[in-house]
Write a new protein. Structure first.
Length: 317
């Protein structure tokens, strides 16, 4: 069947009419939801988790071990262990397993003989504190003997001293804490801190740190321009070299001698070494020293005190 141009135009109009009769329902604006789902990669969270895990592992490696000695503080050690294990996100059962690697000497033996009654982490903390907690007398002795070291900052000293104060008496008053803090402070800081009358331990810390910074600044200024030491503290130099004293005889009869036919003079017969002497004795020594030109030597008999012209042995030559 051949479709003419008129038939093709008629079919096109019919199809256009059919499409125009189709109704398309558009959604209402209120029905559109704005709760979109945003995709975020888990790479950043995984990296953060790995970094935290690495840091916790390093802290666990540097954790101090406990042996139960008299100078060791079981309460402070247990607090440090608890903090590191919690940061590493260890479960209580894993904490009990991990802490065994940090018990040595007496503490290791204690755990070995008492592990049957230590069932969990909480039981372990109570038992080890009860076994190794110092007596009140020992705690007070540590509190009295705790002094600020010469290279120790006020911050480190303050926290250790506060820990000892609360360990001796958990209800210790602020005035007593300040008393113990001041008693162990450096001698160079005590007068300045007492003059400012701190009323609370935090105020004591702020005052002591201010004075510490002032002294640090003053020490830095004083050491910036030190007095240069004298490079020559002593003017007396020791003479290490040897001085050769050469004496020559003087013969008046040989003054008119022809210098072209003159024979070379003999070498000095004697080298007189001088001993080292200081500059303080140079003047007196030079006054006592004989003149070299007065010591004459005879070429005939090689004697001193005369010349060959007046040599007593001249007739025998």
């Amino acid at each position: 069947m051949v479709i003419t141009r008129s038939n093709y135009q008629q079919l096109f109009q019919q199809e256009a009419q059919r499409l125009s009769d189709i109704e398309i329902e558009s959604p209402q604006y209120s029905e559109i939801s704005f709760n979109h789902i945003v995709y975020r990669p888990l790479l950043s969270s995984i990296m953060e988790e790995q970094i935290l895990h690495t840091l916790a592992k390093e802290q666990i490696k540097r954790l101090a071990k406990f042996g139960g000695a008299h100078h060791e503080d079981v309460v402070k050690w247990l607090s440090d262990v608890e903090e590191v294990f919690t940061r590493a996100q260890l479960q209580p059962s894993n904490k009990l397993l991990a802490v065994q690697s940090y018990l040595i000497d007496s503490a290791e033996k204690w755990f070995r003989y008492n592990k049957s009654i230590i069932l969990d982490w909480s039981t372990f903390k109570i038992a080890i504190v009860k076994a190794y907690q110092p007596s009140l007398h020992e705690t007070l002795l540590r509190l009295e003997q705790r002094l600020q070291l010469c290279d120790e900052s006020v911050m480190d000293y303050y926290h250790d001293k506060i820990h000892l104060c609360l360990q001796a008496d958990s209800n210790m008053s602020s005035s007593m804490i300040i008393h113990y803090l001041t008693k162990g402070l450096k001698q160079s800081l005590i007068a300045h801190v007492v003059r400012r009358h701190p009323a609370t331990p935090p105020e004591f810390l702020a005052v002591a740190q201010d004075e510490e910074k002032i002294q640090f600044t003053l020490n830095g200024l004083s050491s910036a321009s030190p007095n240069k030491p004298d490079p020559y503290p002593n003017e007396d130099f020791q003479m290490d070299h040897q001085v050769n004293a050469v004496t020559r005889p003087v013969n008046d009869n040989n003054r008119s001698f022809n210098w072209q036919h003159r024979q070379p003079l003999p070498q000095p017969l004697m080298n007189v070494p001088t001993t080292p002497f200081s500059s303080s004795s140079r003047r007196s020594y030079s006054q006592r020293r004989p003149v070299a030109s007065t010591a004459r030597q005879c070429y005939t008999c090689y004697g001193f005190g005369h010349i060959a012209q007046y040599c007593p042995n001249r007739k025998n030559v």
